[in-house]
Design a protein around this ligand. Structure first.
Ligand SMILES: Nc1ncnc2c1ncn2[C@@H]1O[C@H](COP(=O)(O)OP(=O)(O)OP(=O)(O)O)[C@@H](O)[C@H]1O
Length: 238
């Protein structure tokens, strides 16, 4: 469903992403972990076409990632939510529904607004929403078209505990309904139970990419050690 081949992204002379290759099968949920500055957001932004890659190839569902066919397949939740100042919460959802031709969009929009406790913010303008509310609008907009592939970049940032709990539950439901998900997060426990595979990045490289059990075996971690223990071991400075 996603194939990234020899992806390089340079900012000036610095390689933020250093020739990485990985893929996601349809229905796979992959947690992308890494310390600050590892290259996670840069990788995601290259995949969704917000940043121009320096080199490499990316396909989504077999289509070049910049094609309209690819764009119809995925949603992206950025690290920092961008909402339109002069659109209300409801108008954001309407805009997405019309752009993606979502059937029965009003019912679905009402459902997601209820899940994220935005119903009473329906008529509030984007510019008057708090940071957490913007993040919730961004998540609702991404979920509304029911895409095959979801790219979540730090989706929990700014969310209150109830919204974090809801988002974890939604991850589970999306996984059960066969969606493909790449989620970058520092909240390691939010992916530990649902991820089929964990990818760990450091300094622009992928330093681990396997099931949690295999990673533990490869890096001689006890079976009862947590993903957090493994992460800290793998990413510690020499
Ligand atoms: N616009 C930019 N211009 C120059 N360098 C950048 C830019 N954006 C990111 N970088 C650099 O690229 C590297 C990777 O950054 P990136 O934001 O992808 O990391 P990250 O893994 O998402 O980190 P975090 O967990 O802090 O969000 C870092 O060294 C960062 O300083």
């Amino acid at each position: 469903m996603l194939q990234v081949t020899a992806l390089v992204k340079k900012y000036g002379k610095q390689n933020a992403v250093n020739n990485i290759t990985f893929s996601l099968e349809g229905g796979e949920v992959v947690g992308l972990l890494g310390p600050n500055g590892a290259g996670k957001s840069t990788t995601m932004k290259c995949i969704v076409g917000l940043l121009r890659k320096t080199a490499g190839e990316i396909t989504i569902g077999g289509h070049d990632h910049l094609s309209v066919e690819a764009k119809k397949l995925f949603s992206y939740i950025p690290e920092t939510p961008h909402v339109y100042d002069l659109l209300t919460t409801w108008e954001h959802l309407q805009f997405i529904a019309q752009a993606y031709n979502v059937p029965n969009w009003k019912e679905k929009a009402e459902h997601w607004m209820e899940v994220y406790e935005l119903t009473d913010k329906k008529d509030k303008l984007g510019r008057d929403l708090s940071k957490g509310m913007r993040q919730k609008v961004s998540i609702c907009c991404a979920l509304l078209p029911e895409p095959q592939v979801l790219f979540f970049d730090e989706p929990m940032i700014g969310l209150d505990p109830k919204a974090i709990k809801n988002t974890k539950r939604i991850f589970k439901e999306l996984k059960e309904s066969g969606k493909t998900i790449l989620v970058s997060t520092h909240l390691i426990d939010s992916v530990e139970t649902i991820a089929d595979r964990i990818m760990i990045m450091k300094d622009g490289n992928i330093i681990g990419n396997d099931t949690l059990a295999n990673l533990k075996a490869t890096f001689s971690q006890a079976e009862d050690s947590s993903l957090e223990d493994l992460f800290l071991e793998l990413t510690k400075d020499e």
